[in-house]
Ligand binder design. Structure first.
Ligand SMILES: Cc1cc2nc3c(=O)[nH]c(=O)nc-3n(C[C@H](O)[C@H](O)[C@H](O)COP(=O)(O)OP(=O)(O)OC[C@H]3O[C@@H](n4cnc5c(N)ncnc54)[C@H](O)[C@@H]3O)c2cc1C
Length: 460
């Protein structure tokens, strides 16, 4: 099930096709996964040391994972400031957040330099709330940022919200002034083109079937074995197939849908080129316009895969087309019957803290990993590429010492407890979201299960 984004990107391509791996190979760095994390890291390594022999092994095509399926909200990491500050220092937290702002510049620059139609807009994302009980959760982080003279979040009145988004549903909100939206499919396929132009060896339709925790480490595929000085696992939710990485993250799917171009309808509602917005449910809903005048919207809280069995969930969205239309209609009733271009779903890899984890595999220090973006990987994957490149080059620098390089958590239990417990947590979240909107308190049992809910990247 391809996203409309990836479909568009592939149709617009006159690109190079690459063949699967056929035979054994020796390289300096082998990267497993051809999404933003893998591609940015390959490009970063080549930028730092052009003579490095870097190979990417992608089991499908670049962009087939989260990078070609996401909603394209590119959000700087200011909302993570309290978490980063807690784990390090104010200066270090500031440095990471500033790097995330630069990451958006990097997307713009690489797109301009290589003719990538990333469609980086100036539309911000509004963090909104659809009921009083869920509003105001951004205040603490906003205060903290203001104390550091960072004006990343700006409150909007209800009238301003209505005028900006065209919906009556938001009762409160703040605009994330540094955020932008983009075309995720064109970005990931464009990064693929840049990586190839830099001399990265790419093998699509080549799945890693075994990871050798040897010295040097090996990646076995059906077509041959890659032996590498360093292996980087850039596998997103599929990282759960690596036993060492399992307990640090869980995966839940998000549903997405996109209309056909509807410029007249958007004009009628006054929302052509409107900013993007989210609500404040735990199973977050988000809505944005596209450069070609479509509406794209998402709702999290979809499939909960059993263990690492993500592929079965990919076949169709969790919610029906009707249910997705209901989600959109709650914000824009006029758009309920707008012509639909497609709907799809994709995995979200969540850590308990809501922050990604980078590091070395405890069983083999030459195998590195980066995952756990918790729903916001477009920008942090570029930040992570600095970290992974420094780790791969055995450097001791500000990236390898940064708070995103941290020990793996033991936060999530093994199966079947994870899946069974996950169903209870999921039900508790849905129950709380509903009760919040009805102005009611949930009972102790729901509160008990809510304790196991992973945090999100939203301002909290
Ligand atoms: C519906 C949806 C909406 C989202 N919206 C946003 C948003 O608006 N903003 C935002 O910041 N983030 C968003 N995200 C999250 C974002 O898409 C991810 O955080 C980001 O794409 C992660 O990039 P990645 O390269 O780590 O993962 P991926 O792009 O998934 O790349 C991992 C790759 O590894 C490959 N792979 C897996 N196993 C193997 C193997 N054994 N051998 C070889 N290759 C393998 C996969 O095929 C895949 O291509 C969203 C995600 C979804 C699903």
């Amino acid at each position: 099930m391809k996203s409309v984004w990836l479909d568009q990107a592939l149709k617009a391509e006159s690109g190079t096709t690459v063949t699967p791996l056929d035979g054994d190979l020796k390289v300096d760095v082998a990267i497993v996964g051809g999404g933003y994390t893998g591609l940015w890291t390959a490009i970063e390594l080549k930028n730092r040391k052009p003579e490095l022999d870097v190979a990417i092994i992608e089991r499908d095509i670049c962009g087939a994972g989260g990078s070609g399926a996401n909603a394209g909200h590119a959000i700087p990491m200011w909302l993570a400031m309290p978490w980063l500050e807690n784990l390090s220092s104010t200066d270090e937290a500031m440095r990471i957040c500033r790097a995330s702002v630069e990451a958006i510049d990097d997307i713009r620059n690489i797109s301009a330099e290589h003719g990538i139609d990333s469609q980086v807009s100036t539309h911000n994302t509004i963090w909104g709330a659809t009921c009083d009980r869920q509003s105001g959760h951004w205040e603490k982080v906003m205060e903290l940022l203001e104390a550091h003279q960072i004006h990343a979040l700006k409150p909007l009145s209800r009238d301003e919200l209505r005028e900006a988004t065209g919906t009556e549903a938001l009762v409160a909100g703040v605009v994330d002034t540094g955020s932008v939206t983009l075309h995720p499919g064109n970005l990931v396929r464009g990064l693929r083109r840049v990586a190839l132009a830099r001399g990265v060896r790419l093998f699509e339709k080549t799945a890693m079937t075994r990871l050798g925790r040897t010295s040097p480490p090996t990646v076995t595929t059906d077509g041959g074995t890659v032996t590498a000085g360093k292996v980087i696992l850039a596998m997103y939710g599929w990282s759960l197939s690596i036993p060492e990485l399992r307990s640090n993250a869980m995966v839940m799917f998000t549903d997405a849908a996109m209309t056909e171009p509807i410029p007249e309808l958007l004009d009628e509602l006054g929302i052509r080129n409107a900013p993007a917005f989210t609500d404040s449910r735990v199973f977050i809903e988000a809505c944005r316009t596209t450069a070609d005048d479509r509406i794209l919207w998402t709702k999290s809280g979809g499939w909960l895969p059993y263990g690492d069995k993500l592929d079965a969930c990919f076949k169709r969205p969790h919610r029906t087309e009707e249910q997705m239309r209901d989600v959109l209609a709650a914000y824009h009733p006029r758009l309920r019957d707008a012509p639909l271009a497609g709907s799809w779903c994709g995995p979200i890899d969540r850590t308990m803290s809501g922050m990604p984890t980078f590091g070395r595999l405890p069983t083999c220090r030459d195998i590195l990993f980066g995952y756990g973006y918790s729903g916001a990987g477009v920008v942090p994957s570029r930040v992570g590429s600095h970290i992974l490149a420094s780790l791969a080059m055995d450097m001791e620098d500000e990236w390898t010492r940064c708070p995103l390089v941290r020990p793996l958590d033991r936060a999530f239990p093994p199966e079947p407890f994870r899946w069974i417990g996950g169903q209870f947590v999921k039900a508790a979240i849905a129950h709380k979201d509903r009760y919040d909107h009805e102005g009611r308190d949930v009972g102790p049992l729901t509160n008990f299960w809510l304790k196991f809910k992973p945090k999100s990247y939203k301002p909290t």
